[in-house]
Design a protein around this ligand. Structure first.
Ligand code: S3P
Length: 424
């Protein structure tokens, strides 16, 4: 894909549905009694992997355009899959489903693509084993993973990482445990699991960084409306702020407090972003955003903010390239074990464009006011690297070639079409 530099971004768009919420709607809908109608489901490859896994576990799931209907069978209603469950590129699918499968009375094998097979699973294997599951994995850490369930017991788990995937996996197993299960994290990670399970009838107690779930007999289906994904909106928020003359509206963006770090940091950097029509949709705060070109300044980002913008850090690094002064991003070591090593990937590719960015073990140091030139850019089989580099390319002095750009379909199938619509 050839990315041409542009003059400005103008117009109104709606970004795709939230990936995290779409996954959970199918998973929890499958475990609920009754029919779950999901409006505005993300038809990205990751969420389609979740649908495919639950179909193999005996759940009837209909797709009608962007709406999905899940015919849930209750907490004990899944049936053994005759095939290995293929989670594709989706870490959320593998990690959350492993918690659910630990509570079933049948064995399952899970795997995924080459990226998934390199991502650490010990982080869920350890707590789920403490709860009573037997999980065999390559080097005790990697897919394929074979889960042999046993009766589960409630545990209190001090998670070494702030990870919603780890927290959710344990909480889902906790639905099947004989006593309450508590997860404590270093910082609060995204809370879509807690919100949705509560809405379906589970009992949870939240206190700061700690969540306790009570064993549960039944979940009940409710209609679920999925808001737009702030992680997808982030690419256009940054583009609108850094490309001179831009003025755009992004409609229907989820701004859950555990997800809105990118918004708060961009505002803090001097970004002109106005929130319009704030409301609650399906238990999640949502708004429209007006984004206008702004002269940003550098900042330091670390600590408890990191889990609230973890997926947006690659594109935040792009924003920092065009800010004045230095930006430091720290405490973000998790970036090294995402769909790719995002610290390595961003640094290597942005260097090809002439950027002043220095990798750190846990983040980046970025000098501002860069002048970039076009280059041929690798995308590391990582949707967020591809889109972040596309945004950086908009301000280069010459066109860039983005290799294997179709990877954006993991979370944002119409990314390039929207970019084209807004480009002037
Ligand atoms: C997700 C949690 C985050 C995030 C991922 C989606 C989720 O991962 O990076 O894209 O839906 O729970 P971690 O839980 O590993 O931080």
């Amino acid at each position: 894909m050839l990315i041409q530099p542009i003059n400005s971004l103008k117009g109104t768009i709606e970004v795709p549905a939230d990936k995290s919420i779409s996954h959970r709607a199918v998973m929890f809908g499958s475990l609920a009694l009754g029919t779950t109608h999901i409006t505005n489901f993300l038809m990205g490859a990751d969420c389609l992997s979740t649908i495919s896994c639950f179909r193999k576990l005996g759940i009837d799931i209909e797709i009608n355009g962007s709406d999905v209907v899940v015919h849930g069978k209750g907490l004990q209603g899944l049936t053994k899959s005759e095939e290995i469950l293929d989670c594709g590129n989706s870490g959320t699918t593998v990690r959350l489903i492993s918690g659910i499968l630990s509570g079933q009375d049948f064995e399952t094998t899970l795997t995924g693509d080459t990226s998934i097979q390199k991502r650490p699973m010990k982080r869920v294997i350890l707590p789920l084993s403490q709860m009573g599951a037997t999980i065999e994995a390559k080097d005790n850490n990697f897919c394929p993973m074979h889960i042999k369930p046993h009766a589960l017991k409630g545990i209190t788990y001090e998670s070494p990482v702030a990870s919603a995937q780890v927290k959710s996996s344990i909480l889902l197993a906790g639905l099947y445990a004989d006593s309450p299960t508590t997860v404590n994290e270093p910082f609060v990670s995204r809370d879509h699991t807690e919100r949705m399970l509560e809405a379906l009838g589970a009992t949870l107690v939240r206190e700061g960084t700690k969540v306790t779930i009570m064993p549960c007999n039944e979940l009940h289906a409710i209609p679920i409306v999925v808001p737009g994904d702030i992680s997808s909106a982030a690419f256009f928020m940054v583009a609108g702020l850094i490309v001179p003359g831009s003025d755009l509206i992004i409609n229907n963006v989820g701004i859950n407090p555990t997800r809105r770090g990118i918004l708060d940091v961009l505002l803090e950097m001097g970004g002109d972003i106005t929130l319009l029509n704030e409301c609650i949709v399906g238990g999640e705060p949502v708004c429209d955003m007006r984004v206008r070109y702004s002269k940003l300044h550098g900042t330091t980002v670390g600590g408890s903010v990191i889990p609230t913008l973890i997926d947006e850090i690659p594109v935040l690094a792009v924003a920092a390239l065009f800010a004045s002064g230095t930006t430091v991003i720290k405490d973000a070591k998790e970036l090294r074990i995402k769909e790719s090593d995002r610290i390595e990937a961003m640094t290597t590719e942005l260097h090809k464009m002439g950027a002043k960015i220095t990798p750190q073990e846990d983040g980046f140091i970025i000098e501002g006011d860069n002048t970039l030139h076009g280059a041929t850019l690798e995308t590391y089989h990582d949707h967020r690297i591809a889109m972040s580099l596309a945004i950086a390319s908009l301000l280069a002095s010459s066109p860039s070639t983005l290799l294997n750009s179709e990877i954006v379909s993991i979370s944002f199938p119409n990314f390039f079409e929207l970019l084209e619509t807004l480009s002037h």
